[in-house]
Design a protein around this ligand. Sequence first.
Ligand SMILES: *Cc1c(COP(=O)(O)O)cnc(C)c1O
Length: 231
Amino acid sequence: MNPISENIERIEKNIQNAIDTSSREREEVLLLAVTKTQPIEAMEEVFNQGLIYFGENKVQEFNQKYDEFSERVKWHFIGHLQTNKVKNIIGKVELIHSVDSLRLAEEINKQSNKKNCITNILIEVNVALEESKFGISVNNLESFLHEIGELEHINVKGLMTVAPFVENPENNREIFRKMKGLLVDNNNKNIHNICMTELSMGMSNDYKVAIEEGATIVRIGTDIFGKREYK
Ligand SMILES: *Cc1c(COP(=O)(O)O)cnc(C)c1O
């Protein structure tokens, strides 16, 4: 067996263990293969192992790879998104994980309107404040949901967070638990157009804990492909 298929097999086992521990169902958790910086050949291997959800974080790289795989895979955009690049990805991505400002949301809404589509998004929340540069603060989340709920070409599917890198994944458990709480609490506020089901949280080093705390999408790069090489 090649390393990638061994990696995916190990990850699947880990996911199943976390699912069992938390009495959830496997179908509730999507394994998103984070393909940033990875060459097409490695992505083909992952695709051949049955993974069809790919996540990219840069618009230009996404578009190059999109042309290569076109309709075969479902794309998620997971990186910080600049307003002026929104038009280059609308209609091509199934979910944008990283919406963190009203300006960005309005541009996604505008471009989706132009293309006559509705774009699924997650709101990036900064629960670990000092650690992350991006994301809506917990204090501003509710008012942000009120504003974004008014945008007709956006469908808010849930919340996303990038937890800090920690040696011991248990150290992120509180963050994941807090995210789940935010999802439930805000759904209960009956905000116009806001009914959230997705929680994108957990990466290579902490996805097991994230699943135990309610993640519905785990974003995994290194654990599938090995260490990234930046040119
Ligand atoms: C790169 C990246 C990941 C994957 O990180 P790994 O540690 O390689 O699994 C997940 N989420 C986001 C937003 C990323 O940029």
